[in-house]
Write a protein of this length. Structure first.
Length: 277
């Protein structure tokens, strides 16, 4: 990458080949995607520091500062090893997200009206169930699978294959029923499992008063792109976890927007709105 940049600045943009352009674009896309995954983690600040060190190292080499370049290169080598050790949890979560991507989503046909209508029906069933449980202070944990594959999470619970229904959710999370303590996983617009076990967050920034449901919701959202809905059995408050962050005390209208975005890809929403005009 550095050699390509040197070639461009040394010989002008005419020196660029098609392969060079593709190489640069793919590298930029990879870096952008990686930053998007780690931007809300402690590792992001360290990554920014590493980038600064690498830039200064290259500049010192280009300008002939031999001593500074020697020191920075050795510091960079040791520093990269230290980063891998210290930030192993963040790196593991990033690799889990890469490995769990359902690449079939990229080639899935989008924009079908019945998909939108089905997602709208599911959203309303979820809203009705979530806020009835909120009013009754019935604890609940609902996972909406998106692009990250949640097969391991689904397999940890009781396998199901049924439509998303307010009454089914109320029955699953009813106190003293066998599956009420676990999570319901919604995959491909259907309830795929109940009583599933979610990984707890390892973050030290989480409010110490949050219970297991909230911590497990954050934990899964750190590792995948899933959206996790939580109903507190103590207060009835409705929350959701996304991208490793917890959002609490969510009103019904806001939750409807969150569920719509989770269930209907943005491309479908835009195409459907355009066709409705």
């Amino acid at each position: 990458m550095i050699d390509i940049i040197r070639t461009v600045f040394g010989g002008g943009f005419s020196a660029l080949t098609f392969v060079n352009i593709v190489d640069i674009l793919l590298t930029a896309f990879f870096i952008y995607t990686l930053f998007g995954w780690i931007k809300d983690t402690q590792a992001f600040k360290v990554v920014r520091g590493i980038i600064v060190v690498l830039i200064v190292t290259q500049l010192s080499e280009m300008m002939g500062f031999t001593t500074i370049n020697y020191i920075l290169k050795n510091v960079s080598t040791v520093g990269l090893i230290a980063v891998v050790v210290v930030f192993q949890p963040e790196l593991r979560r990033t690799l889990e997200r890469i490995g769990g991507m359902k690449f079939s989503a990229f080639i899935k046909t989008l924009g079908q009206k019945n998909d939108t209508q089905n997602a709208t029906r599911i959203t309303e069933q979820l809203i009705n169930g979530i806020y009835r449980m909120s009013a009754d202070k019935t604890g609940a944990l609902i996972v909406i699978e998106r692009e990250s594959n949640l097969k391991d999470i689904i397999d940890s619970g009781c396998a199901m294959d049924c439509v998303v229904s307010e009454h089914i959710l109320l029955n699953i999370f009813s106190p003293n029923t066998p599956l009420h303590d676990g999570a319901v996983v919604i995959s491909n617009s259907r309830i795929a499992s109940a009583g599933s076990i979610l990984p707890l967050t390892q973050s030290n920034d989480v409010d110490r008063y949050l219970g297991t449901r909230h911590r497990s919701a954050i934990g899964l959202s750190e590792r995948t792109d899933a959206v996790v809905i939580i109903v507190s059995e103590e207060t009835g408050a409705v929350s959701y976890a996304k991208k490793g962050k917890i959002h609490r005390y969510i009103r019904e209208d806001i939750m409807r927007e969150v569920l719509t975005e989770a269930l209907i890809p943005e491309v479908i929403i835009k195409q459907y709105e355009k066709s409705a005009q």
